[in-house]
Write a protein that binds this ligand. Structure first.
Ligand code: PSV
Ligand code: MN
Length: 406
């Protein structure tokens, strides 16, 4: 892509009233956290395919994540899942991350893979199981202190498969009890991000099934509790950007787990199925970024953008590269929306004009802009090509098969 292509792009955008300095600054500030489990072997309930070269431990997961960051400049932190990433010395894991120019990001407690949790973790009718689950949450707060992580992301598989199997209201109380204990253990700079999901693995009811339940709980807990929106966790047809706008207005949008879905929680590469949805999510966020309420603007500044995907058949590192690049592309397009133009059309009840002002931004080719930003940052213009031409993918084959699952 030539300087000429960028010059043409810049001229076109300036004519539309887009402030390109601001666009460039926002693009350079975009940070997307990748999940350690996205580098490991994963699959469906039918089969986990084992791949050659998959990291064998959390240290190697960080090394793979460092490739994604060094080629894109977009992914400086890595979320961990405990016990998948359990190590004897978290200080050592943190130093390893730092030596790779990375940080450890959100700590994710795992309360869904132990036989004790079959009928629930923090909502189990057995107080001993609830105690065990709550202790794991507290353990994760301690780990976050050692790794220097701000966020602890909570997702519960808790739910029931049949009417009558569990007492829904009692379980609601137990959930609140456990999270209150955890909340009280947070240091003032930490956040608790509460994730919801409509179903799976429970098929009748899920204790935290939607954003309203997560929001209600966050409100009861206090200002350090916020809602995490996993884009794959809604019933078909849900308007995710509306949920995003609502939570932002309430100053409770903690972050995202980005991925794509066609049917349920498919965990496919973000932007591969519905890039327009991703663009519209960013439209809501950018519009809140200039809100007159300082609290809303602060919320926008503190959103944690994270990937949460399961690469079942595709190679892990290129899949993660594609994911962060897709997010960057849709973010760049959303930055081209002229909000004044949209608002003016809406104010004169020009429905089609308003829709056009939003959609037009999506239709621009942002490649010259992204190339120009990467050039300025000393990054390869095409990070995917650079990775495929590097020897890294071949070098890691020496790890053999049978690496970490998740
Ligand atoms: C559950 O489906 C989820 O979205 C949660 O965020 C988990 O922590 C993650 O996927 C990995 O299972
Ligand atoms: Mn998730």
């Amino acid at each position: 892509m030539s300087d000429r292509a960028y010059a043409l792009f810049a001229e076109q955008q300036q004519q539309r009233g887009v402030n390109l300095d601001e666009v460039r600054a926002k693009l350079k500030a975009l940070k997307i956290e990748t999940p350690s489990w996205g580098y490991g072997d994963s699959g469906t309930r039918f089969k986990v395919f084992q791949k050659e070269g998959v990291p064998r431990n959390p240290f190697e997961k960080l090394e793979d994540a460092a490739q994604v960051h060094s080629l894109t400049g977009l992914a400086p932190s890595v979320a961990i899942h405990i016990p998948w990433d359990k190590v004897d010395d978290y200080g050592k894991l943190r130093s390893h991350a730092e030596s790779l120019n990375l940080k450890i990001g959100a700590v994710n407690p795992n309360l869904f893979q132990d036989d004790d949790y079959m009928l629930g973790s923090v909502t189990n009718a057995d107080p001993a199981v609830r105690r065990r689950a709550t202790d794991h949450l507290l353990e994760c707060v301690d780990i976050a202190k050692e790794t220097g992580s701000r966020d602890i992301s909570l997702w519960f598989a808790d739910g029931t498969n049949y009417p009558g199997q569990g007492h829904i209201r009692k379980r609601k109380g137990w959930m609140q009890e456990a999270l209150t204990e955890m909340y009280n253990a947070l240091t003032p700079d930490m956040r608790m991000l509460i994730e919801y999901k409509c179903f799976e693995p429970a098929f009748y009811h899920t204790d935290l099934a939607d954003w309203g339940m997560a929001y209600n709980l966050a409100q009861k807990l206090g200002p350090q509790a916020e809602v995490l929106v996993d884009t794959g966790h809604h019933l078909p047809g849900a308007n995710i950007e509306h949920i995003v706008a609502y939570l932002l207005d309430e100053k409770r949008l903690g972050g995202f787990h980005f991925n794509s879905r066609k049917y349920a929680d498919d965990d496919l590469i973000v932007g591969s199925v519905n890039p327009y949805e991703l663009f519209l999510i960013f439209y809501q966020i950018l519009s809140a970024g200039s809100d007159s309420d300082e609290g809303v603007r602060n919320n926008v500044e503190n959103i944690a953008y994270m990937i949460d995907q399961s690469h079942n058949i595709e190679r892990k590192i290129p899949a993660m590269l594609r994911s962060v690049l897709n997010v960057q592309t849709q973010f760049a397009k959303a930055l081209l929306i002229n909000h004044e133009e949209v608002d003016a059309a809406a104010a004169r009840n020009d429905v089609l004009g308003a829709e056009d002002a939003v959609r037009r931004a999506f239709e621009f080719d942002v490649t010259p802009l992204l190339h120009s930003i990467r050039e300025e940052q000393g990054l390869p213009l095409d990070p995917m090509k650079a990775y495929l031409e590097s020897s890294y993918g071949n070098d890691i084959l020496a790890r053999g098969k049978g690496g970490a699952s998740w």
